[in-house]
Every structure is written in C-alpha cells, then in structure tokens.
Write a protein that binds this ligand. Sequence first.
Ligand SMILES: C[S@@+](CC[C@H](N)C(=O)[O-])C[C@H]1O[C@@H](n2cnc3c(N)ncnc32)[C@H](O)[C@@H]1O
Length: 261
Amino acid sequence: MSKLFTAKEYIKYLIAGKSKYYIHSPFVFEFVNEVLNDKRCFYCYEEIESYRKLLRKKDSVIEIEDYGAGSQFEKKNKRSISFITKTSSAPEKYAQLLFRIVEFYNCKNLLELGTSLGITSLYLSAGNRQSCVYSIEGSKAIADEAKKTFEQFSRTNIQLTHGLFDEKLLPVLNKIKRLDFLYLDGNHRLKPTLDYFNTCLPFLHENSIVVLDDIYWSTEMMQAWIEIKKHHSVTLSIDLFRMGILFFRKDRSKEHFRLYF
Ligand SMILES: C[S@@+](CC[C@H](N)C(=O)[O-])C[C@H]1O[C@@H](n2cnc3c(N)ncnc32)[C@H](O)[C@@H]1O
C-alpha cells in the first residue's frame, strides 16, 4: 500500500470531482441533495460517536489475526482497542452517510463484510430498525468485542458471523436470499474483492446498493473498483474517493460520477 499513490489519486479526485450543479440526472441530484448533503443530526449519531470516543480511549490489548491486505499502519498481532478503533472503523462522516443511504432507500437486508468493532454496523442497523444487518468478521477477538458492542446497544437486528469471508459469505447469502445493501470493507485485495462481488451478484436486485470502501487505498483496490463498476449490471457508479457506491436500476443508461463529499 502506498500513501503516495493515494495522495496522487486524491489530487486527481479534487480536479475531476463535480458539485451538484453539474448533475443532470434526477436520481443522482436527489441522492446528492437528500442523502449526501443531508446535514441533519440524526438521533443515533451522538450515542454512537460517544461510544466511538470511549473505544478510542480504551487501551486494553487483544490478540488478533490479521486477515486480508493487513493494516496500513502495523503488522503485529496484538493491538489495543484504541488502535483498532482509530485505524479500522469507517470515519464518522462516511459511517453517517451509510446510515442515511439505508434510511433513505429503506434497505432491509444488509450485509457488511468486515465488522471490526461494530461501529458502522451500529449505524447500518439504526438506518432501518425493521432491517437485519448481517456482518462477518474473521478475527475471533475482534468479533467478541463487536458482540459486546451490539449487546450494549441492544441491537437485536444485527447478526454477527465469525469466520473467513471465503467460508462464510455464501452460507450467509443463502440465509439472506435477497440483498438490499452490501458494504464491502475487508480484505482489500483485487481478486478477493472481485470474488466477493461476484458471489453476491446473484443475490442483488434492481434496487440494491453496493458500497466499496477504500477504493483508492491501493492500486489493487482501484483496479477492483474499475472492474466492478464496468460490470454490465451496474448502471450508476458514484466515486466519493474514500467510497464507491453502485446502483443497479434498470431504468437508466450507464453513468459514472465523481462527486465531492
Ligand atoms: C476495515 S475493518 C472493518 C471496519 C468496519 N466495517 C467499520 O467500519 O467499523 C476490516 C475487518 O475485516 C476483517 N477481515 C479482513 N479480511 C477478512 C477475511 N478474509 N475474512 C474475514 N474477515 C476479514 C478484519 O479482521 C477487519 O476487522
């Protein structure tokens, strides 16, 4: 992973990014106005962010298995809760965007690949209390911490599965059957990311939404984003630099937007 690569791509994003005034698609315009730029402070924001602050101060150490492309910052197997919170969880701004997407598009069956300590799962599950959030985490110690998080928030609509994506993804998908929202946030390598997307494809439908995290984290992730957005079933892709969002609605010809966020 190269910080220089990400910095270069960020400059390109700043140059090529568009504001809402350049958007002619009504669907994307609505997305920008009602979801992306919604500045309201929803009821759950404060309680989840207070919890994040607590975790950021927690210096107890757990022994973890480092799956996927590994941490950008450290390779050791012992990490503090504070460190994991700071380096793994989606930042507040993005986690809250995911909450608004789930809320606005009324997503009911959600899947997160990579639970970590469960902060984003809390946001996803708050987006629609009628929903069920399935989340998969490979590291046992991290999954145990996430379980504590969900118990503390009494989130009975989150189903956490401990295990590797390669082993658990298909069984979980078979349980979900119809996937409304998919958040790919673990194992940031090209082939696994393409494999997870392809495994999920038969379970997606016209109104599904897929979010890929860290699309410029590495050349492999950028390649994965380029490949996936080219897929014929994807009709709209939105690049927010940190995250890429995909829509599959059939009433439109293929479009791609790079939007400031
Ligand atoms: C970036 S973190 C997830 C952050 C979380 N979505 C959030 O925003 O709070 C990625 C997680 O995926 C897990 N992971 C990575 N590769 C995995 C794999 N192949 N199978 C299962 N879990 C994996 C890691 O252990 C890590 O906790």
